[in-house]
Unconditional design. Sequence first.
Length: 82
Amino acid sequence: MQAIVADLEAAGYLTRTRTGRRTRYTVNPDSSFRHPAQEGLRVGPFLALLAAADDAGEPGPAAALANHDRAGPGAPGPGRPG
């Protein structure tokens, strides 16, 4: 996990601020996606979309992935019969 955070920080997607024993991470919403298919698209609106789905009580993509990971391989889940 630390390597991923370090990579995101090095690429400018987030900043890490240390206050005492706590670390605060701040996402840079103006950073752009790196993949050519998303050229010109910013991270901020994508994160806002995910947050809006969560606020509306809808199981957005992040919740679906989290539930899938908890269920384990071969367990019933989205797209798999129970």
